[in-house]
Design a protein around this ligand. Structure first.
Ligand code: ATP
Ligand code: MG
Length: 334
């Protein structure tokens, strides 16, 4: 049956789940959200369809994200999610159970690892291999992780920022911060509440972050970025009158709103650099730091980090796909 067996690489992320199938590449890329009927636990929607329901569901339907801060918070919902995506990704008529490579944040507890293992086994895996997210991210970013050269990867996801120095196929120094994309959304939501007395949903806050989320003004001064919008009109609910109201936001305001999380991420990177052995430090000085994950797309984050660390910052090509591509590469080798 060997020729019929499949290998699958899964990036089970707080925000998005990606499934890589051997010889095919990434075939699933959907939000990690499941909508359920709270009265009878019936699954109403998974992935994209479920995310559209976030914040808009009637009282009997709840849209749940099974992962929080990078780890499984709701085991049963995580099982539903993985099973659904794997069956969507694979042709189950082929019978053979797949080998699965699935990612976990660095420094997770053995209980958290066990939960991920069980979810994968439950979804019908033959063999399961766990891989640490920054290692997968580094492979997916095209770094030669086996070389005797130190490389630093910073993967800014939805729930966690994973920082790792990799050399000779292993992680030498690492940290996992529980601040990332979700924290930025909350900061934006809180800022608008504080400044405009306007309540917005997290989906709107995320849209604002995608459009105006930035870490420095210099980004907008680069000639090819001149056309990038610096304002946006949004609508929320007036907290005093309770009625819908629109406001115009600027990129400066959003930079001010998210400054704390951005500074926390940069401080985490600096702390890891301080713990890095000198030989590897000098490699990082020559090679720079690689940014992956959706957070790498915050405008001007690379410029800001360059100023703060004095190191070259490189945004990986397709930063949102790196972890899945790395897991996929490992599953091809399995
Ligand atoms: N253009 C963008 N600008 C800013 N943030 C973005 C952009 N695109 C995506 N993001 C953010 O990136 C985050 C998702 O990134 P990613 O898919 O790497 O996370 P994840 O792997 O699901 O989470 P984790 O690794 O923490 O478990 C979300 O917070 C999303 O809002
Ligand atoms: Mg991730």
């Amino acid at each position: 049956m060997g020729f019929l067996s499949n290998s699958v690489g899964i990036d089970l992320g707080t925000s998005n789940t990606l499934v890589y199938v051997n010889k095919k590449g990434i075939v699933i890329n959907e939000p990690s959200v499941v909508a359920i009927n709270v009265y009878n636990n019936e699954v109403r929607a998974v992935g994209k369809d479920a995310k559209e329901m976030l914040g808009k569901t009637p009282h009997n339907i709840e849209a749940v994200r099974p992962l929080q801060d990078g780890v499984i918070a709701d085991f049963n919902i995580a099982k539903v999610l993985i099973k659904y995506f794997i069956s969507k990704a694979l042709d189950y008529k082929k019978l053979a159970k797949p080998n699965i490579v699935i990612c976990v944040p660095v420094g997770v507890t053995s209980i958290e690892k066990k939960a991920v293992l069980e979810v994968a086994q439950n979804a019908g895996a033959k063999n399961v291999k766990l891989v640490e997210e920054p290692m997968a991210a580094a492979i997916g970013a095209g770094i030669d992780v086996g070389a005797a050269i130190g490389n630093m990867v910073v993967d800014i996801g939805g729930g966690t920022t994973e920082i790792a120095v990799i050399s000779l196929g292993g992680i030498v120094v690492s940290d996992s911060l529980r601040v990332a994309g979700d924290s930025l959304d909350i900061e934006i939501k809180d800022y608008i509440k504080w400044k405009y007395k306007l309540d917005i949903g997290v989906s709107t806050a995320e849209k604002i972050k995608h459009e105006l989320g930035n870490a420095c003004q210099e980004y907008y001064e680069i000639p090819e970025n001149k056309e990038i919008p610096t304002t946006m009109t949004i609508t929320g609910r007036d907290m005093v009158l309770g009625l819908p109201r629109s406001i115009e936001l600027t990129n400066e305001e959003i930079r001010e709103a998210i400054v704390e999380t951005i500074n926390n991420i940069v401080s985490g990177v600096k702390r890891c650099l301080e713990r890095t052995p000198p030989e590897l430090s000098s490699d990082i000085f020559s090679n720079g730091i690689y940014l992956t994950g959706g957070g790498a797309l915050i405008k001007g984050l690379d410029i800001f980090m360059e100023k703060e660390t004095g190191l070259k910052i490189k945004i990986a090509e397709n930063p949102l796909d790196c972890v899945a591509l790395g897991a996929g590469k490992l599953c091809e080798d399995m």
